[in-house]
Design a protein around this ligand. Structure first.
Ligand code: GRF
Length: 193
């Protein structure tokens, strides 16, 4: 099986990143994380990368040339697969075109439900509960020009409990679903590489 050269993009805590780091270190994936990149200087995901000796870069979105710098980093590192793991910035269409079918994202709902603009973080789970959904889950999908609209690679469900809060649902989906299907999706792509 061939390994992919991955870049993981994060904006926050990076627990999904951690699940990929752990899978690589355990030998469950043959791919490697070549770099971790963030648009937030204080993203804990950058710290997680450094703890595992993975080069971690902050690219300042307030400075000119953000998109060009990001693309240049990916090219320099000869990246095969870009993994968006809690990355909240919209990618440039140049980057999306260049890495067509080589960018994946994880989203904490059963897409196409509860996807698109405004559906991020805790807001997704608030909306799921407000709609009275009986089940929720998470989705790994390819990234296209839309928001959360790309082709689905993997999706898994959980039951919404009557006493769930947005926070309890978020935590359960992260631990029980996201951290598993992200690794499984990468493994699936390794197989088709
Ligand atoms: C996850 O729920 C992911 O699905 C969404 O953002 C969150 C990131 O969590 N896109 P973490 O930073 O990986 O802990």
């Amino acid at each position: 099986m061939s390994g992919l050269r991955m870049a993981v993009l994060v904006s926050g805590g990076g627990t999904n990143l951690q699940s990929v780091i752990d899978a690589v270190e355990a030998g469950a994936l043959s791919s490697q994380i070549v770099c971790v990149i963030s648009n937030k200087e204080t993203a804990y995901g950058l710290e997680r990368a450094r703890k595992h000796n993975i080069p971690a870069y902050f690219i300042n979105p307030k400075e000119e040339g953000f998109d060009e710098k990001l693309l240049a980093r990916l090219k320099e590192d000869q990246i095969d697969l870009v993994v968006l793991a809690g990355y909240i910035k919209i990618l440039s269409s140049d980057l999306i075109q260049t890495y067509k079918h080589r960018i994946i994202n994880i989203h904490p709902s059963l897409l196409p439900k509860f996807g698109g603009k405004g559906f991020y973080g805790i807001h997704v789970h608030e909306a799921v509960l407000a709609a009275g959904e009986k089940e929720s889950g998470a989705t790994v999908h390819y990234v296209d020009e839309g928001v959360d609209t790309g082709e689905i690679i993997l999706q898994r469900k959980v039951v919404v409990e009557t006493d769930d809060t947005p926070e309890s649902l978020q935590a359960r989906i992260l631990e029980q679903i996201e951290h598993k299907i992200l690794v499984e999706a990468i493994k699936k792509l390794e197989g088709s590489h």
